[in-house]
Unconditional design. Structure first.
Lengths: 119, 121
């Protein structure tokens, strides 16, 4: 009896926190990262390596830099009408998910460490 | 009547002239792509942060981005934004302010020529 009450309490607590987590997801709770990434692909390419030079390559970029950039578009520190429009609908958790998703893709970028630097 | 005609033809001439000016401006812009060799001579400073694999920005703490192989036009836009103070990062703003538009084009030409594959045009 005692055990089943405890179990019930635990269960309801975990359900509550699951609900809270979903609510934190913001405008799009439960959206998969693939769904979140669909609008990004239009400019940054499905593999994150934009073929139009005006858009940055994001595949394999450091994920914390990508997250930082999205946060800056969201809070207005960086100004870009299109990016602001997309990022404003994302929660912090969505931004982190997207940043890790693109950060883990095969990259064409590199650190400058591996190249000649100056004369 | 002649005055109206004259006014009209002047307007046309003005229009044609301004179209020519715009066309020339575009042509100049397109032909003014940066020189990667000149860029190589300028990126020495960049290496202090972007040339250290895994290097972290001191505050706020995040990785300094990978810039080798980044796209040309985007690099120009980013550096120009730092130059104009439209992006906040203090170190990058200081760097941008020290660059001429030509420096920026040359640096972008060099950086976009790097990386593991051909770059977007």
């Amino acid at each position: 009896m005692m055990h089943s009450t405890r179990f019930a309490t635990l269960l309801s607590l975990s359900l509550l926190s699951a609900g809270a987590l979903a609510a934190e997801g913001g405008a799009a709770p439960g959206k998969s990262v693939e769904d979140l990434a669909k609008p990004c692909a239009a400019c940054h390419g499905p593999d994150g390596n934009s073929t139009n030079a005006q858009y940055p390559r994001i595949a394999g970029q450091y994920h914390d830099y990508l997250a930082r950039a999205m946060q800056e578009y969201k809070n207005g520190e960086r100004k870009h009408a299109i990016m602001a429009g997309f990022v404003n609908t994302l929660s912090d958790a969505d931004i982190d998910k997207l940043a890790r998703y693109y950060g883990a893709m095969p990259t064409k970028l590199d650190d400058l460490a591996h190249y000649e630097q100056g004369d | 009547m002649t005055r109206i005609l004259l006014a009209r033809s002047m307007k046309l001439a003005l229009l044609a002239a301004s179209a020519c000016v715009t066309a020339t401006a575009f042509a100049e812009d397109a032909g003014n792509k940066g020189d990667p060799k000149a860029g190589l001579a300028l990126v020495y400073t960049c290496g202090g942060c972007h040339g250290v694999t895994g290097y972290h920005n001191a505050y706020p703490n995040y990785h300094v981005p990978r810039i080798a192989g980044q796209n040309y036009d985007y690099l120009i836009a980013a550096l120009t934004e730092y130059k104009k103070g439209e992006r906040a990062h203090p170190t990058m703003r200081a760097q941008g302010e020290s660059m001429s538009d030509e420096d920026i084009r040359n640096i972008a030409a060099y950086l976009s020529s790097l990386g593991t594959a051909g770059n977007a045009k």
